[in-house]
Design a protein around this ligand. Structure first.
Ligand code: URA
Length: 488
């Protein structure tokens, strides 16, 4: 006979829709008490258990069990926790149940995450991807409007306010990004989910807001418009792709979007004139290194700028006689926002010192300003961002910025390390072995020297490594000598 007695279940009431730590703690205790996923209902604030299928269980909600004094260990790899933490921000009401089901299954199937065909694993990856995309949109499309005010002390002040409508529960998870990026401003980000307020020192959370609570325009918008019009590239106009990356709902908040119809209308004519002018783009070159840094930060001319990364500008003295060019920032450069600070940078430092070249007197930069990578779960090492070489057309696109830096710094000698850097400088692919050891004259009379990339050396070992390091030393010694002559 079929058992029709109402079955008991455990209801976990989450205090907030993005409270992953709470889920994690409760999920852990439930696994330790051996509670299978079909006996647990996860309930977000404002929702009822029935929405999550609690009705199926009848009405017998049980008190949550408490693990004994010596609970069994719970298996959860860092890779899973990282994915789960991000996926928990998705608005799918079933996400916490999915995460618990996965955690439960991981106890007996430790390699479950490797099974890409498993529907739960696929769903987890999908949620993670969607949330990352939403966060990325928030980084790219939040636009602050300036509000001037007079404080209680009679002093005039300014506060920047942005309105944003995230699709998922990503607001709090992205607070640190905005604090880092706009540390010196006072700002508020208002959303229908809640608000964040930064006073230059501390962050506070506030209640949900309405669009009307945010100002709608200020003079700073003219700057955005000018900037956007200058980076808009008609040759790459793809309306479908643009809408995908920047759905219309965000356009309202973006001052530069007011230009889109006009820019689209003029795109064909501008493209034709670009072709005539040999591919040169419209818009003025940024004149200072600060302008280059600000412009690359918002650069979306190629898909690398759409990844979850940040622009890494060059660094060094404004009129450095030597400019050193690498390929693109790596993982550590992306995290720190500075070029050559990871393993390749350490190796470079060793060889520069050996050649007597002071790194802090050189302007150090990259051919491509954003880190290109593919995310990958590496067994035992969690989720990694694996370096991918930039494509030739991405290097060519980024040349605009490299050339802008060169125009500002005006180095006497440029050292390009590796094929991407050489292409960035010359606009064509050259063979390192043929190009190294001799100067190549650049349009402004300065010299380009080419050598291998330190990451290439890092990938070698044994005799091959020794040989390449010797060649690298010889190239740097020649550069040091030439630089001394040029600086005379
Ligand atoms: N590799 C590069 O080409 N550039 C960096 O900044 C770091 C590693």
């Amino acid at each position: 006979m079929q058992d029709i007695a109402p079955r008991s279940f455990y209801a976990v009431h989450l205090p907030a829709p993005d409270d992953f730590d709470f889920w994690r703690e409760r999920a852990r205790a439930l696994v330790q008490c051996d509670v299978p996923p079909d006996r647990v209902v996860w309930i977000e604030p404002g929702a009822t258990g029935d929405l999550f299928g609690a009705g199926e269980f009848g009405r017998r909600e049980k008190r949550l069990p408490v693990p004994g004094a010596q609970p069994r260990p719970v298996r959860a790899s860092r890779a899973f926790l990282k994915l789960a933490q991000n996926a928990a921000l998705h608005r799918d009401p079933g996400r916490f149940a999915l995460l618990y089901r996965l955690l439960w299954r991981l106890q007996s199937q430790s390699r479950l995450l490797e099974d890409r065909a498993d529907p739960d694993v696929r769903r987890l990856e999908e949620l993670d991807r969607t949330v990352r995309r939403d966060s990325h949109k928030m980084h790219a499309f939040v636009r602050f409007r300036r509000v001037e005010y007079t404080g209680e002390d009679g002093q005039a002040g300014e506060h920047y306010v942005a309105w944003f409508e995230p699709e998922h529960h990503i607001l709090r998870a992205n607070a640190a990004f905005f604090v880092r990026r706009f540390a010196n401003m006072k700002w508020s980000i208002l959303t229908p989910q809640g608000s964040l307020h930064w006073d230059g020192e501390s962050l506070a959370e506030g209640p949900p807001a309405r669009r009307e609570d945010a100002p709608t325009g200020d003079p700073a918008e003219d700057l955005w418009r000018t900037y956007y019009a200058s980076i808009f590239n008609p040759a790459r106009l793809k309306i479908g792709a643009m809408l995908k990356e920047m759905p219309r709902k965000y356009w309202k908040n973006m001052p530069e979007a007011a230009l889109i119809p006009q820019l689209v209308a003029g795109a064909q004519a501008r493209e034709a004139s670009m072709v005539e002018r040999g591919g040169m783009e419209d818009g003025e070159r940024p004149g200072t290194l600060e302008e280059v840094a600000a412009a690359i930060d918002g650069c979306r001319r190629c898909p690398i700028g759409l990844l979850d990364n940040r622009a890494v500008p060059g660094e060094g003295p404004l009129h450095a006689a030597l400019m050193i060019v690498g390929e693109q920032p790596g993982d550590q450069e992306d995290l720190s926002g500075r070029p050559f600070v990871g393993p390749a940078g350490h190796l470079l430092d060793v060889h520069l010192e050996r050649a007597g070249i002071a790194r802090d007197r050189a302007y150090v930069t990259n051919a491509v300003k954003h880190f290109k990578f593919v995310p990958k779960v590496v067994q035992g090492r969690g989720k990694r961002r694996l370096h991918q070489s930039p494509a030739a057309k991405e290097i060519d696109t980024c040349r605009w910025w490299l050339e802008s830096e060169r125009a500002a710094v005006k180095p006497r000698l440029v050292l390009a390390m590796g094929a991407s850097a050489a292409r960035g400088m010359l606009g064509k692919t050259v063979s390192i072995s043929k190009a190294r050891g001799q100067p190549h004259r650049l349009d402004d009379g300065s010299e380009l020297w080419v050598t291998a990339h330190p990451s290439y050396l890092l990938r070698l070992d044994g005799e091959a490594r020794e040989m390449q390091e010797r060649l690298f030393d010889a190239d740097l010694a020649a550069v040091a000598e030439r630089l001394a002559e040029l600086e005379g």
